[in-house]
Design a protein around this ligand. Structure first.
Ligand code: UT7
Length: 333
């Protein structure tokens, strides 16, 4: 019996309309366009504005986008996995809310919290569901409304993050294409460098936690930067080695968009020229779980059947990983 592989067969995306530019940030904190561009690569980021609008309000249109492209009804979806650190609510899972919003009445759904590596962790989980032979249509969506946990008076973090959602459909593939391999890692001791201090069971929300601004992202940027450069580059290189590939065999690197300098370090380690690296950090910033699917969404028309593609991420936890995909279709658009 031939092994069932899980292939991405459609991509959807959604970014809010509002563009928060570096110029506007200059009016909020002591920063400047030049510093932000050279230290991070970000020029603008999208922000979800509107009372009551949440992560699911970006994820739902992203999933509907891929349903439309693939010509399927949400009722055909077997499972929805949402990677996010900014869920609509503590519970129920945002994936449950997405299912309800789009009418995916036959799907079971759950969230995965692995910060910026969330999409890769969810993709590997979804892949296993399809490879089991039991599920035929699994949606993996990475979505984050980072603006809901960013302190816009903290120049060290507010310049980086943005809002957005990207989604892929996984289906069984008979030609041996799809997700080929993954290396995923986590190290919980990294929590000290990147976390949200309050609001969880360790320190429930109180007037004091709100006054102390403990419901925002806390990041020790330089420490995270060092771990990220090493983690993302090492794991991507290891993935190539164990699949007997070199940079020349790779059509595209799809890196998490946290900082242009981290992306460059990973590409260099893999021996990849810049032309083979997807970069859209300048227009969306760091959308956490959404960066990788939003790159795929932006580049979909350039992907060709048989292309070897490496996805790589590093994020809070710490969590990190890399995934090798043999692309399964030529875009018809
Ligand atoms: O996606 C999840 C994982 N997260 C990451 O991968 C993020 C990793 N970290 C980073 O990307 C970078 O560390 C940051 C972009 C967050 C910061 O860049 P950096 O080059 O590490 O800056 P730094 O924190 O070392 O600060 C350098 C200088 C400092 O001034 P002094 O002490 O040298 O006078 C900062 O106060 O830049 C100053 N600075 C700023 N200046 C203007 C820090 N933030 C800003 C700012 N505008 N926004």
């Amino acid at each position: 019996m031939t092994k069932i592989t899980a292939a991405i067969t459609a991509i959807g995306g959604f970014v809010p309309e509002y563009r928060l530019t570096n110029k506007e940030l200059e009016t909020l904190v002591d920063t400047n366009d030049e510093w932000i561009r050279t230290r991070t690569g970000v020029e603008e980021r999208r922000i979800l504005k509107g009372e009551g609008l949440a992560t699911s309000d970006m994820a739902a249109p992203a999933v509907l986008d891929l349903c439309k492209k693939r010509g399927i009804s949400p009722e055909e979806i077997d499972c929805i996995i949402c990677a996010t650190v900014t869920p609509d609510m503590f519970f129920p899972a945002t994936a449950n809310i997405i299912s309800d919003k789009i009418g995916a009445i036959n799907a079971f759904s759950f969230d995965i919290a692995a910060a910026c590596s969330g999409f890769l962790f969810a993709l590997t989980t979804g892949t296993s569901l399809v490879e089991s032979g039991r599920y035929k249509k699994v949606v993996v969506v990475g979505a984050d409304k980072m603006s809901s946990i960013v302190d816009y008076s903290d120049r060290a973090t507010c310049i980086i993050f943005g809002d957005g959602a990207g989604a892929v459909l996984l289906e069984p593939n008979q030609e041996g294409n799809g997700v080929m391999d993954s290396i995923l890692r986590s190290d919980g001791s990294g929590k000290n460098y990147l976390h949200m201090k309050a609001g969880g069971s360790a320190k429930p929300a109180s007037i004091e936690t709100v006054m102390a601004k403990e419901h925002y992202i806390y990041q020790e940027g330089q420490a995270v930067f060092k771990f990220a450069v090493k983690g993302m580059a090492d794991v991507s290189y290891e993935l190539l080695q164990r699949n007997n590939l070199t940079g020349e065999d790779i059509a595209w690197l799809v890196p998490h968009q946290a900082n242009l300098r981290i992306i460059d370090a990973t590409a260099n380690r893999m021996g990849l020229p810049k032309e083979k690296v997807m970069i859209n950090i300048q227009k969306y910033g760091n959308t956490t779980a959404a960066t990788i699917p939003l790159c795929l969404w932006d580049w979909e028309n350039q992907l060709k059947k048989g292309d070897n593609i490496v996805l790589a991420a590093f994020g809070g936890g710490f969590t990190w990983g890399a995934t090798l995909i043999k692309w399964a279709y030529n875009s018809v658009e």
